[in-house]
Ligand binder design. Sequence first.
Ligand SMILES: *[C@@H]1O[C@H](CO)[C@@H](O)[C@H](O)[C@H]1NC(C)=O
Ligand SMILES: *[C@@H]1O[C@H](CO)[C@@H](O)[C@H](O)[C@H]1NC(C)=O
Ligand SMILES: *[C@@H]1O[C@H](CO)[C@@H](O)[C@H](O)[C@H]1NC(C)=O
Ligand SMILES: *[C@@H]1O[C@H](CO)[C@@H](O)[C@H](O)[C@H]1NC(C)=O
Ligand SMILES: *[C@@H]1O[C@H](CO)[C@@H](O)[C@H](O)[C@H]1NC(C)=O
Ligand SMILES: [Cu+2]
Length: 404
Amino acid sequence: MKAGLIFTLATVLAGTNASPGDKLPISASSDIQVAQEQLKILISHAKYIVKSAKKSFSPTCKPGNVQIRKEWSTLSPRERIAYTDAVRCLQKKTAKSPASWAPGAKTRYDDWVATHIDQTLQIHYTGNFLGWHRFFLWEYEQALRNECGYQGTQPYWNWGLSAETGMEQNPVWDGSKTSMSGNGVYINQTGLEVVLGGNGLPEIYLPVGSGGGCVESGPFVNMTVNLGPASLTVPGNITVVSPNGPLSYNPRCLKRDLTDELNTRFANFTAIVDNILAPKSVYDFQMQMQGVPGSGIIGVHGGGHYSMGGDPGRDVFTSPGDPAFYLHHGMIDLVWTAWQMLDPENRVYGKDAIAGTNTFLNQPPSANTTLNTEISIGWAGRGVNVAMKDVMSTVAGPFCYVYA
Ligand SMILES: *[C@@H]1O[C@H](CO)[C@@H](O)[C@H](O)[C@H]1NC(C)=O
Ligand SMILES: *[C@@H]1O[C@H](CO)[C@@H](O)[C@H](O)[C@H]1NC(C)=O
Ligand SMILES: *[C@@H]1O[C@H](CO)[C@@H](O)[C@H](O)[C@H]1NC(C)=O
Ligand SMILES: *[C@@H]1O[C@H](CO)[C@@H](O)[C@H](O)[C@H]1NC(C)=O
Ligand SMILES: *[C@@H]1O[C@H](CO)[C@@H](O)[C@H](O)[C@H]1NC(C)=O
Ligand SMILES: [Cu+2]
């Protein structure tokens, strides 16, 4: 992408800094209902800032053709089924990943899982975390559309809603045919805890959920997880690794262990709004989101992942092997977009665009991520690589969407 276009976009976005009507909140309310309203304002503000620009954002993305990504329950039942049908279609197509590299990658869906496993230590607690996952999700959405006939956009899971009702009462997780499938079958895990950390990081103790076994209803009832685990946390301080390595073939059922306590504690409306309003630098923003190591806090990112629980939900490497991963990361991307649009001049291509290096907590030490750092998602997507500067705005580079 041309530098001129980048700066034009920054100027266009920076030129419009007020949305009509609602006043922007300045700090998160501890009243959950108030925080829910604050989040609505922040989402519509971000959408307004992006869409109110007069110029086209990229040669193919114009204010008139921006796609809208929506919260799961606002999709009609038919639209939800169209989405899960497309995911199931991807799970029936043949992988592009060579068997010599990832013998366990059997399906096109597995291409995303294999890439994430392969790159996990270069895409979390790094400078590319947000941009890499934005691109990963976009290419998944495009594959659903181009390879499986899906006409809609990538939906998202608003964690705040399920924190209020309980996960199993939320349409993402209710186990019906219009859900993303629900809880795993109940397993007695009394007295056990989920222990994170190790490898030099302090331990964090998390509660177990209300399921634990194989998913037994909804669209993914008989889904097979082919890849991983690479580092699966099992209740009782056990870490499981696939015997022949995480890219080998290791078919098993999809397990979940829905954990309301984690959803409520780490990803309620107040937590979401606070993550958008409190951090003033991108370093602080992404640290709050992922949890500062040693703080005992896992942030909205960890909160969402661990409240799904199960296998591969509790394996950072293999987590995209649960189809709900993509709804979770839709919300991650929404939160980033909402944060960026509060100060587009600095947060899209400016001083608070990127912070960090290209390795997990800079271990081993590596170069700072910059706008020129390249991103690859391997055999997932269409094999088109991009640089960080192409993934900083949802309406520039390859992208053309906003959140509603
Ligand atoms: C679960 O197991 C514990 C002992 O580990 C037992 O005390 C408890 O009754 C069991 N609960 C259920 C619902 O089976
Ligand atoms: C799931 O698999 C089981 C065992 O193969 C089969 O009996 C059941 O009909 C399948 N369910 C669906 C919804 O495909
Ligand atoms: C968990 O397991 C690790 C590795 O075996 C051990 O060092 C640690 O003390 C254990 N923690 C608890 C709480 O049991
Ligand atoms: C909501 O989330 C915040 C931040 O994680 C937490 O401090 C607070 O206790 C949570 N509220 C409830 C009701 O759990
Ligand atoms: C990398 O980023 C850090 C933090 O912003 C900065 O202090 C350091 O000078 C940068 N290193 C290089 C080589 O640019
Ligand atoms: Cu990830």
